[in-house]
Write a protein that binds this ligand. Structure first.
Ligand SMILES: C[S@@+](CC[C@H](N)C(=O)[O-])C[C@H]1O[C@@H](n2cnc3c(N)ncnc32)[C@H](O)[C@@H]1O
Length: 324
């Protein structure tokens, strides 16, 4: 069902069209099949990964890993910001929600808060809880909400979805109320080592280093840059935010860690990293212009390093700031 612009009670503006509820026969219109995988069908948008079952499983696994790693659903002070107030219901917006796992976990934890999750493909649950709602919405367009209606805007792993991050930040700042919080969480697309392990990526993990160099170059050509170190600077540059916190959280890759918990996390994270490389193959072929042999070489070198080099970690960069 196409609903151009307005939503019933959302404090919405009419700046974009949205699909509020999808009929079963509308689903195929959101997907495109290519190389045996299912992609979004929104022509000009650069998101390079499939959105099919394998990718949804990767997103759900990554959600569980981050939840366990952090020991919470978010490192921003959500308990404080989402405390119930008698005169109004608090609101949360999740940009590029994917399968919506984070949003659903949050919605069950904060039953009095109203949650909205947006994405360009309907891969989220069709049966959310009463306080949660999912919509098809392109975050590269002006958001449909009025100024100052949100208490918390959450953007996790959106760097492959958003070519103009600063523009998205301006929209996030606009829909946040004073004292509301913007959160960004992004896994770095580079090789890193835990303290005490070999530390020269080009020498110690040449296959993984080459993989990241090649994919960052090709992704950069379609505007999808590695943003982890830029987001705090961009947030400050909006002039709309104050305070906050910048952190780096380290996730082991593989089973090299001595602690049983880290070993288990590392094993699960390795699986998601291998799936990520598989999922990127159609992009490398179609947009990157690499041939089958080049792709196989590139991914083989990356996988070998991921599986065998001790001390490799992923770095999850988080930053949150308060709307002034
Ligand atoms: C890597 S996933 C992250 C999903 C979720 N935030 C998480 O952490 O599990 C990125 C998501 O962005 C969505 N996406 C891509 N381009 C988008 C756009 N222009 N507007 C809204 N969502 C978009 C994709 O469909 C995908 O579900």
């Amino acid at each position: 069902m196409l609903n151009p612009g307005g939503d019933d009670d959302d404090g919405s503006s009419d700046t974009s069209s949205m699909l509020t509820e999808l009929e079963p026969d509308e689903f195929p219109g959101h997907f495109r099949e290519h190389a045996g995988r299912l992609f979004h069908s929104h022509g000009d948008l650069p998101y390079p990964l499939p959105v099919d079952g394998a990718e949804q499983a990767r997103l759900n696994a990554q959600h569980k890993i981050l939840r366990e790693l952090l020991g919470s659903l978010c490192v921003a002070p959500v308990d404080e910001i989402l405390t119930q107030e008698s005169n109004r219901q608090k609101r949360v917006l999740d940009l590029c929600t994917g399968t919506g796992q984070w949003l659903m976990d949050m919605a069950s934890r904060f039953a009095n808060v109203r949650f909205s999750g947006v994405d360009i493909v309907p891969i989220m649950t069709r049966h959310p809880s009463d306080n949660a709602r999912f919509e098809i919405l392109d975050v590269t367009q002006p958001l449909r909400w009025s100024d100052g209606v949100m208490d918390f805007v959450h953007a996790r792993n959106v760097s492959l979805a958003v070519p103009n991050y600063p523009e998205m930040l301006h929209e996030a700042a606009r829909v946040l109320r004073r004292g509301g919080i913007f959160f960004s969480g992004e896994v770095g697309r580079y090789v890193a080592f835990a303290p005490g392990y070999p530390g020269n990526p080009a020498v110690d993990a040449p296959g993984a280093t080459r993989f990241y160099r090649v994919i960052n170059d090709l992704l950069g050509r379609v505007g999808l840059h590695e943003v982890t170190r830029s987001v705090p600077r961009w947030l400050q540059a909006t002039g709309a935010f104050v305070d906050g916190r910048i952190q780096e959280h380290v996730i082991p890759i593989g089973e090299w860690h001595t602690s049983a918990r880290e070993k288990r996390l590392g094993r699960a994270y390795l699986d998601t990293m291998i799936t990520f490389a598989e999922s990127l193959k159609p992009f490398l072929r179609e947009k990157g212009g690499l041939n089958e042999r080049e792709i196989a070489d590139l991914v083989r070198g990356y996988e070998r390093d991921m599986r065998t080099v001790r001390g490799m970690v992923g770095v999850y960069h988080t930053v949150w700031m308060t709307k002034a």
